[in-house]
Design a protein around this ligand. Sequence first.
Ligand code: UDP
Ligand code: ZN
Ligand code: FE
Length: 320
Amino acid sequence: MSEIRRDPTTGDWIVVAPRRLERPWQPESFCPFDPGAPETGHGWDVLILPNRYPVVSADAPPPRPDGFYETARAYGRALVVVETPSHDLDDLSDLPVEQIEKVLRMVRDEAARAASDPGVLYLLYFRNKGREIGVSLTHPHSQIYELPVVPERIARELERAEEYWRSRGRCLHCDVVARESPSGRALLRGTRWTAFVPYYARWPHEVHVYPLRHVQLLTQLDDEELAELARVLKAVLCALKRAVGRPMPYMMVLHQAPLRGDHRYYHLHFEIYGMYRPDGRLKYAASAETGAGIYTLDAAPEDAAERLRKALASCRSDTS
Ligand code: UDP
Ligand code: ZN
Ligand code: FE
């Protein structure tokens, strides 16, 4: 049994996928993503594999209509992006920038492929880092979910951006970038991308990364933009690793528009949630956060930005 259910009280989608219970949990003696493993073979430097324990799949059964609740077929694809053959590499930021660029190009290619599947409405690209936040395999990887529904948090962003566009005739996100780039929360600005700790950060070390060009989809980014994105992500993730003295667990999520429809009012960006507080302790999303959606921050975003800028400088002096 596998299906997508909707919470009628919030609009949230829940993917019921019991087969995921069988996935290996932090195995010590083998790694399915190493070169020479049954699904990987040899002679690659980046690999996109079907997730063996997928949340959605092409052979998903039709949803069982409930009569009251909204359901959707758990159709789609779940993929793992193995970012390097090196099992013991700690993080994406430890890869050469060319390799990060290659990862991004392969994800963009996959996004182009997904767009031609009428059953897929949304491509979610994300990366979990750190045992502390529950990664099941530590080999450097990110993931792609190709979904038949638009995740509710994205839908909320789309709604607010559309409303702003309608009432003011401008992109909300472009205005946020204009406000953040010259602020004390700015981290870096290239010719094509900018990174900052947003005024409205929810996590102790949260960084948003925006293309300066107003684009909606990963597939709209050109080669120069991908090349600079690789440099920016490497720098930001290196800063997160060094910000509090021990490698920071984080979640990184691409927010882009749905694959179909006119969403010209939207502006894609990456959100990275660094989850250690300044004292190196993990921030949990507990009752207030998870149960009510109100986040509490023990340290100001402006202080996080200051700390991250220092870490960025130390990353730079090491690589130059
Ligand atoms: N996985 C896989 N092949 C395997 C073992 C695991 O595709 O042989 C998948 C597994 O289903 C999981 C992913 O690898 O989705 C590892 O993901 P991560 O640790 O980032 O988080 P998870 O998805 O487990 O929450
Ligand atoms: Zn914009
Ligand atoms: Fe966002």
